[in-house]
Design a protein. Structure first.
Length: 194
């Protein structure tokens, strides 16, 4: 966010799929890789997402660790809209990996009475997720991560809590939305035992 001359804020984003002004870096979202469209981008599951990364990434286990952290982050912040078009792979030279994350926002606080906690089903459900669903089933069983990798991810999120709340206090959300965000964050931090 940068202040303009007219005292308004302008939001700038550096694109990760460009090298300079003209060169494009190959990126494909997982809906494309799953032969799904914009209209069917929710017709999948987290388990199928794992299979796609395993199939297309050069070093799948490294990407599974990134995916696990991203899924936990999105759960914590209330991002109910991480469908297949919001996950992509990027090819850098001879290496294909999970792209930098994008569309990371809290949708729960703006959707009145959001009924889901996740856009793509996990263990057959989209709500009432538990620590066991997210950590044991998804992280350990589906992503194939070791206890050490899982613990490292959980610790990184736990260490970010203080900074998270201070950034939330300083952000441009209204007081009402800040409170809703904090209530959600508190609840999900407790659920994940961070």
């Amino acid at each position: 966010m940068i202040w303009s001359k007219d005292k308004s804020l302008t939001y700038f984003i550096k694109r990760f799929d460009r090298a300079g002004h003209k060169d494009k870096i190959p990126v494909e979202d997982l809906a494309q890789l799953a032969s799904l469209t914009r209209d069917t981008k929710y017709n999948s599951s987290m388990e199928k997402l794992v299979l796609l990364l395993d199939m297309y990434c050069t070093f799948p286990l490294i990407e599974m660790a990134k995916l696990f952290r991203l899924v936990l982050f999105n759960f914590l912040v209330g991002n109910e809209d991480m469908h297949l078009k919001n996950y992509s792979v990027i090819r850098m030279g001879d290496k294909t990996e999970l792209s930098p994350a994008y569309d990371l926002l809290n949708t729960t606080i703006v959707l009145k009475g959001g009924t889901e906690e996740i856009a793509l089903s996990l263990a057959g459900k989209k709500r009432n997720l538990t620590r066991e669903d997210l950590v044991d089933y998804f992280g350990k069983e589906r992503c194939g991560l070791t206890g050490k990798v899982i613990e490292s991810s959980l610790q990184a999120l736990s260490h970010a809590k203080e900074k998270w709340y201070s950034l939330l206090d300083a952000c441009f959300l209204t007081k009402e939305f800040k409170e809703k965000y904090k209530v959600l964050l508190d609840k999900r931090i407790k659920l994940l035992e961070l």
